[in-house]
Design a protein around this ligand. Sequence first.
Ligand code: PRP
Length: 211
Amino acid sequence: MGNRLKVAMPKGRIYKQASKLFREAGISIPEDLDDSRKLIIPVPEIGMEFIMAKPVDVPTYVEYGVADIGVVGKDVLMEENRDVYELLDLGIARCRMSVIGMPNWKPVMHPRVATKYPNVASQYFREKGQQVEVIKLNGSIELAPLIGLADRIVDMVETGQTIRENGLEEMEEMFPITSRLIANRVSYRMNYTDIQALCDRLQDRIGGRQG
Ligand code: PRP
């Protein structure tokens, strides 16, 4: 094997499921990486180096080629719109992006929509021919309609617990979301054999899980 493959892994929520899938596919990510604060973890035995990234930054590392491949949610991929190859639907971290609001919400002319995904939300409402004002927030999006900042929000729903506990209602499902394996365009050509071998192993495992 040539150079080590640099893999950008998202810290947090997705990491647990991604590392489990990799391990099931025979890619032995050391267990002690799970609680580590180290940001660069070389695993020479498998010819890889893991870069522990903030999820939203994974496509940036991959586009610029400092990571050859990466694991990222489709939500981030849509929002960031980076020039990368999307190689594989990993079928993990399954959830959906939805429009959410107060149950008694009355339509207004130019509703305000709070979200972590301003690009996705703007495009979605534009395509529906609805004029909205998009307000970017960075977390706890469900607060916005509760405290009168926005009429609606665009956010992720996984179990539905957050919207239930805050008395909100899912008004429209926009997109199903899962995590994806992405690659830098040049790295993909240069490391085709290694990257394709990894894809095949993951694909076999994903097929086995779904079948
Ligand atoms: C995400 C998302 C929702 C919640 C959905 O937030 O933005 O708030 O999880 O999950 P549920 O349907 O299972 O309740 P996250 O916990 O990542 O934190 P954030 O509020 O800082 O975005």
